[in-house]
Design a protein around this ligand. Structure first.
Ligand code: DAT
Ligand code: MG
Length: 154
């Protein structure tokens, strides 16, 4: 990875896919300036969902969460930018849509925590684990955009 850049995993969850909002999510991340480096459209199995959400095992919302994320396909992506983790979490908005900042995806397109449209890694450490879980090394496309110097200062 280029120095100064961070990667993060983003999912358009089943509700976002079913509601035709994949393009909206990608469009917002593109327009903000993040660089897409991997994407796949996939319906995940229960065992894979349990690995992805292992940190939430035992919590009261765990079973509905696993049912939700496996209920329909998801669009999984890796995005890259300086401080990508924080930037993407900001573009998504707070976990609970009613607490999400106006203009964020979860504010603009969601109402319920159990139908909050999107996922993004919550730290650089989690991002590394999640990118590794969802994608193999060869899936990550190293590339440059002509516009990069107009978005990435470093
Ligand atoms: P985030 O998805 O913002 O990283 P999280 O990792 O704390 O949030 O939780 C994962 C998902 O689990 C979240 O997107 C929705 C669901 N969830 C979290 N807290 C919940 C709660 N208190 N009640 C119901 N669902 C919850
Ligand atoms: Mg989380």
């Amino acid at each position: 990875m280029e120095a100064g850049l961070e990667r993060t995993l983003v999912l358009v969850k089943p509700d976002g896919v079913q509601r035709g909002l994949i393009g909206e999510v990608i469009g917002r991340l593109e327009r903000r300036g993040l660089r897409l480096i991997a994407a796949k459209f996939v319906r995940i199995a229960r065992a894979f969902a349990e690995e992805h959400y292992a940190v939430h095992k035992g919590k009261p919302f765990y079973d509905p969460l696993i049912a939700y994320i496996t209920s329909s396909p998801v669009m999984a992506m890796v995005w890259e930018a300086p401080d990508a983790v924080g930037a993407v979490r900001q573009t998504l908005g707070a976990t609970r849509p009613l607490e999400a900042a106006p203009g964020s995806l979860r504010h603009d397109f969601a109402l319920e925590v159990g139908r909050n449209l999107v996922h993004a890694s919550d730290s650089a450490e989690t991002a590394a684990l999640e990118v590794d879980l969802w994608f193999s090394k060869g899936d990550l496309v190293v590339w440059e955009r002509a516009v990069d110097p107009w978005i990435f200062e470093g």
